[in-house]
Each structure stands twice: as C-alpha cells, then as structure tokens.
Design a protein around this ligand. Structure first.
Ligand code: C5P
Length: 268
C-alpha cells in the first residue's frame, strides 16, 4: 500500500508580535493562509520506521530521528498506541528554514498521512501537533485561520475572496533561524491585528537586519506590475506578493532573478 499527502506551503499574510513571554516564546496575532503547492510525503508498508528524503532541497536535511517528520511519526504512534511501522519518503521542494512552514508543514502532513495509513482516530494528530512546533496545528488544518497565543490557538475564518489568488513566493536562498529572528525583535508592541491588508509582519525588520537581501526581494516584488501586497512570511526569509491576475504573477515569475528561488502558486 502506498499513500501520499501534500505538505502545503504556509504563509503569514500578517504577523503581529505582541509580547515576549516568560517561557521565551512570543504571543502573536497572525493570519495563516496556505498555497496550493508545497512538499509531498509518501508512505509505504514497512516492518519498522524509516525515512528517505528526495527532491531539490534534500541535501542538508537529515532523514533521521532528529527530523520533525520522524518525531511526528513517533509521537503519533505513541499517542495512538500502535507500532511505528512506516517507510516515509519526503519530497523536499520548499527551501529549508524559510518561513513558509517547511518542517512544520512536513510534520503536519506526516500526522495526516499516518492517521490514514494506520487507520487511527484523527484526534491523536490534533493532540500531538502542538508538541511538534507552534505552527504545526495551523499546518495540520492547512486552512485560512487566525492564530493567537504562540500561533497554536486557531479560529478558522472565511476570507472568501482570497481563495484562488495568484501568489509568487521569492526566497534569497539564505536560511534564517526562527529563534534568532525573534531574538532581535525590538520588543515594541505595534498593536493588534485587525484588517490583515493594513497589517504588517513585525519580524520583517528584524529579519532584514540579519539578511539585508530580504529588503531587495521585497522591493523587487513591490515593483512588479499587478502586485497588490508584498510582505515577508513568518520569520523569513521567504517573501510573497499577491497579484491582481494570474498573468501578472506569471510574468513576474519569469522576470525573477535567477539567483533567487521562486514559486508561482495560488492561495488555497
Ligand atoms: O515552535 P517552534 O519550534 O516552531 O519555534 C521555534 C522557535 O521560534 C522557538 O524556540 C522560539 O524561539 C521561537 N518562537 C517564538 N514565539 C512563537 C513561535 C516561535 O519565540 N510564537
């Protein structure tokens, strides 16, 4: 038996950081949205837990027990009281440590995939998700949601007109560590998230201070004809622009400098 499950790229359409907490995490308000493309996971029958990684961003990723997909499989098996038997293949198409889910989306896809493969109660995946990372519950749903707390308290919202919007993701091919970006946030609360269009990503300036090329990516995106909103996602370095039309988005994708990674996709 072979089953597959997509790990859709996550975007933070806006991300307001409100305060640093005593446990080192940050309370935030964010609007999560998902793209129609991302990584892909496959699972096949096996006597034990195994993992392989293929695809353009496989090099540099470990396929061992320190991989979030592996940890997801172990925690889920434990929670459901089943043997962790599965041969998982991760097709890694999204850049690593790039603010668009990556590890979190892969872990969440592993939870959905193994829930089907092991025929277990979906409640176990929901229970295990927050233990794998702040963004994993949102990625488990992979729906447009408003996130509060550290991003794990979710409210599904209908931003009807967003679905099907043409979007271009651009990454300067420089990985960024999430804790490092939060660590250089200036601690200033710039207010709650109301209308996401009028909102911001409070991690954008901290990320630019670490990787100035993010500023160039954003400027380039803003200059593209038909680009309505250009912003960084998560803790970076991937930036996105939402376009008025698919044609404008596709034109921008062709014009994107070779030195940067890009993905032409749609909001789900
Ligand atoms: O939960 P996750 O492992 O994805 O978070 C990675 C790091 O990002 C945390 O260790 C923390 O430093 C930072 N973080 C944060 N506040 C959040 C989410 C993540 O400070 N709301």
């Amino acid at each position: 038996m072979r089953l597959s499950e997509p790990a859709l790229a996550k975007l933070n359409l806006a991300l307001h950081v409100r305060r640093r907490r005593a446990d080192g995490y940050h309370d935030l308000e964010t609007l999560f949205a998902f793209c129609t493309d991302g990584d892909m996971l496959h699972v096949e029958t096996s006597e034990r837990l195994g993992m392989a990684i293929e695809g353009p961003f496989a090099p540099g990723l470990s396929a061992g027990s320190d991989n979030l997909v592996w940890r997801a499989a172990e925690l889920l098996a434990q929670a459901a009281d089943v043997e962790a038997r599965a041969a998982i293949t991760l097709d890694k198409r999204l850049p690593i440590a790039s603010g668009i889910g990556g590890g979190s989306a892969d872990a969440a896809a592993a939870l959905r995939l193994l829930t089907r493969f092991w025929k277990i109660d979906p409640g176990h995946a929901a229970a295990v998700a927050p233990r794998l990372g702040a963004d994993v519950p949102a990625c488990l749903l992979s729906m447009t949601t408003r996130g509060t707390g550290v991003g794990e308290q979710l409210e599904v919202i209908d931003v009807g007109s967003l679905s099907g919007t043409a979007v271009l993701l651009v990454n300067p091919r420089i990985p960024l560590s999430t804790p490092q970006v939060f660590a250089v946030w200036d601690g200033m609360d710039r207010g709650p998230l109301a209308d996401w269009r009028e909102g911001r990503n409070d991690l954008q300036q901290p990320a630019i201070s670490l990787v100035p090329e993010i500023g160039e990516v954003l400027q380039w995106l803003e200059e593209q004809p038909g680009a309505a909103i250009a912003r960084m996602s998560g803790s970076g370095a991937t930036c996105f622009a939402l376009f008025d039309s698919e044609a404008d988005r596709t034109r921008a994708a062709f014009a994107c400098p070779e030195k940067w990674w890009n993905l032409a996709t749609f909001l789900r």
